[in-house]
Design a protein around this ligand. Structure first.
Ligand code: NI
Length: 176
């Protein structure tokens, strides 16, 4: 296991635009090592997803997946997926409002509006091309993680600053 430190809000490395993974890196030991670290760190912190910039690595790589997650008890299961150089295209005008948290913003949750449905194109660690349509919570997770690749965090997209706060307080107020 290589559980690494997750950068927190305020670290300028979270605010940079990450670089595309170059062709020669596909299938490499270095890329596989990064993905292992993302997977191990996400699992150790009960995250639903993690992006390479959160480990201080400025590359367009994200991982996500949900089995039974104590941080997201209501969330539907999502198979583990690694997206490299992802391209997101919203499908239709429909939007969804929902709560998000982030391992780089520990302890806080906020309501964020996202596209309901997306087309996602990406490459896998061996460089093969994939595409998929996703919706609902799955689409939310993809948008949140891919925002990290452009230096954006959910706090930049809060729907209403009053629907934002520490998890226990929001739960006590009946908001979460
Ligand atoms: Ni995040």
């Amino acid at each position: 296991m290589s559980v690494r430190e997750v950068l927190r809000l305020g670290d300028p490395r979270l605010r940079e635009r990450a670089r595309e993974v170059a062709a020669e890196l596909f299938g490499s030991v270095a890329l596989e090592g990064l993905i292992t670290d993302l997977r191990d760190t996400m699992a150790a912190r009960d995250g639903a997803g993690l992006a390479a910039p959160q480990l201080g690595v400025p590359l367009r790589v994200v991982i996500y997946g949900i089995t039974a997650n104590p941080r997201y008890p209501e969330a539907p299961p999502i198979p583990e997926t690694v997206l490299i150089n992802p391209v997101l295209t919203p499908l239709g005008e429909e939007r969804q409002l929902g709560w998000e948290g982030c391992l780089s913003v520990p302890g806080l949750r906020g309501q964020v509006e996202r596209a309901q449905r997306l087309h996602v194109a990406w490459r896998d660690p061996d460089g093969a091309h994939h595409q998929q349509e996703v919706d609902g919570f799955h689409a939310r997770v993809v948008q949140h993680e891919c925002d990290h690749l452009d230096g954006l965090l959910f706090v930049d997209r809060l729907h209403d600053s009053r629907a934002f706060g520490f998890t226990p307080e929001l739960e006590a107020a009946g908001l979460l």
